[in-house]
Design a protein around this ligand. Structure first.
Ligand SMILES: NC(=O)c1ccc[n+]([C@@H]2O[C@H](COP(=O)([O-])OP(=O)(O)OC[C@H]3O[C@@H](n4cnc5c(N)ncnc54)[C@H](O)[C@@H]3O)[C@@H](O)[C@H]2O)c1
Length: 311
C-alpha cells in the first residue's frame, strides 16, 4: 500500500488521522497499525501540518548567509548595530535613512544605502524596489526608523508633534511592511519592527511615543495573521532604554533643563532592572538576528521584550 494513499481527515486539535479511524482516540499510537503510524510520520501532508516541511534544512545557528536585508533608520544607534550584526551573520542588504544621516555613515561591506524618508510611501516603495533590483531578492526587513518626541503632560500635548511621531513610528512602519510584502511573498521572509517597552507599558509625559509604540505592536499582530500563509513572519522587539547617542542627547537636554544628570538618569534606568544594568545595542541586534533567522521559525505576531528584566 502506498503510504500517501491514506485519505486524511481533520481531527480537531489532534491534527490529521487516517480517515478510517475517525475518533480522536485513534490518534494514539496504541490503536494504530504500524503502517498507519508510518504514514502519519512520513506523508508530506502530515509533515506539512506538523510544520516539518517549513524549514528546508536544519537551522544554521545564528547564520543568515546569502539572505538580503533592508533596515530603515540604519545609519545610527540601534539600526546601525542591527545592520552590522546582520552583515556579520552573512547577509547583504540595504540601509534606508535620511540624507543627512547617510552623509556621515559608512555601511557594512557590500551593503547599499538609500536616502529615503519613511513618512513618504513613494520613498519606501522605491527603497524596497532598489534592494530587489540590486540583490535580486529580499528576505529580512527591519522597520527600525523611529523618533522620540519631547516629554509633554497630557494636557499640553502638541498635536503637530503627535502627528510627526505617528508619521514616522506608525505610518513609516506600516508603509515598510506593506511594500515589503510583494518582495517577500514568493519565498517567505522575516519582518521585525522596533517596538519598545512602551509597546506594553506607559510612562508619564510620553503619550505620543507610548501610543505610537503600542500601535507598532498592533500592526505586528495583525500583519502576522495576514502574512503567515505566505511564510512571512512578523515580530517586534521591545527594548528598554538603550544608551544610544539619541538617548544620551535626550538625557543631556533634560539635565540642562534641571532634570537628573546623565549619569543619574542612566543609573536610575539600570537600578530598575533585575540585571541591574541597561541593555546594550548589541543585545538588541542579537535578538533581531534571532528573529531574522531560522532559529525563530515558529515565532510570529510576537514582541520580545529586551529590558534586562523590568518588573
Ligand atoms: N534607544 C532606545 O533606548 C530605544 C528603546 C526602545 C526602542 N527604541 C526604538 O528603536 C529605534 C531606533 O532608535 P535609536 O535609539 O537607535 O534612535 P536613533 O535616533 O539613534 O536612530 C534612528 C534612525 O532613524 C532615522 N530616521 C528618523 N526618522 C526617519 C525618517 N522619517 N525616515 C528615515 N529614517 C528616519 C534617523 O535618521 C536615525 O538614523 C526607534 O524606533 C526607537 O523608537 C529605542
Amino acid at each position: 500500500m502506498a503510504l500517501t494513499a491514506i485519505p486524511w481527515q481533520a481531527a480537531g486539535a489532534g491534527g490529521l488521522v487516517p480517515k478510517r479511524r475517525s475518533s480522536r482516540a485513534a490518534g494514539f499510537a496504541g490503536t494504530l497499525s504500524r503502517l498507519d503510524l508510518l504514514a502519519i510520520l512520513t506523508s508530506a501532508a502530515a509533515r506539512d501540518v506538523r510544520g516539518e516541511t517549513t524549514l528546508a534544512s536544519k537551522p544554521s545557528f545564528g547564520r543568515i548567509d546569502g539572505k538580503v536585508a533592508l533596515v530603515t533608520g540604519g545609519a545610527n544607534g540601534l539600526g546601525r548595530a542591527i545592520s552590522t550584526r546582520l552583515a556579520e551573520a552573512g547577509s547583504l542588504g540595504l540601509i534606508v535613512d535620511r540624507p543627512a544621516a547617510l552623509a556621515v555613515f559608512a555601511p557594512p561591506a557590500d551593503w547599499l544605502t538609500f536616502a529615503a524618508d519613511v513618512r513618504r510611501e513613494a520613498d519606501v516603495h522605491a527603497a524596497i524596489a532598489r534592494a530587489v533590483a540590486h540583490f535580486g531578492t529580499l528576505d529580512i526587513v527591519v522597520a527600525n526608523a523611529g523618533v522620540v518626541p519631547v516629554w509633554e503632560e497630557t494636557s499640553a500635548v502638541d498635536l503637530a508633534e503627535w502627528d510627526e511621531t505617528f508619521a514616522v513610528n506608525v505610518r513609516g512602519v506600516m508603509a515598510t511592511i506593506k511594500h515589503a510584502v510583494p518582495a517577500l511573498k514568493g519565498h517567505g521572509g522575516s519582518i521585525i519592527a522596533l517596538g519598545s517597552l512602551n509597546s506594553w507599558r506607559a510612562h508619564p509625559q510620553q503619550s505620543a511615543y507610548t501610543a505610537s509604540k503600542h500601535a507598532v505592536l498592533g500592526i505586528v499582530r495583525a500583519a502576522a495573521l495576514d502574512l503567515g500563509r505566505f511564510n512571512i513572519r512578523v515580530n517586534a522587539v521591545g527594548p528598554g532604554p538603550v544608551a544610544t547617542d539619541a538617548l544620551l542627547e535626550r538625557m543631556s537636554r533634560r539635565a540642562s533643563l534641571g532634570g537628573p544628570t546623565v549619569s543619574e538618569a542612566l543609573r536610575g534606568h539600570a537600578e530598575q532592572t533585575a540585571l541591574r544594568r541597561m541593555v546594550t545595542v548589541d543585545e538588541v541586534a542579537n535578538t533581531v538576528l534571532f528573529l531574522a533567522g531560522d532559529l525563530s521559525s515558529a515565532l510570529t505576531g510576537l514582541l520580545i521584550p529586551i529590558d534586562a528584566g523590568l518588573p
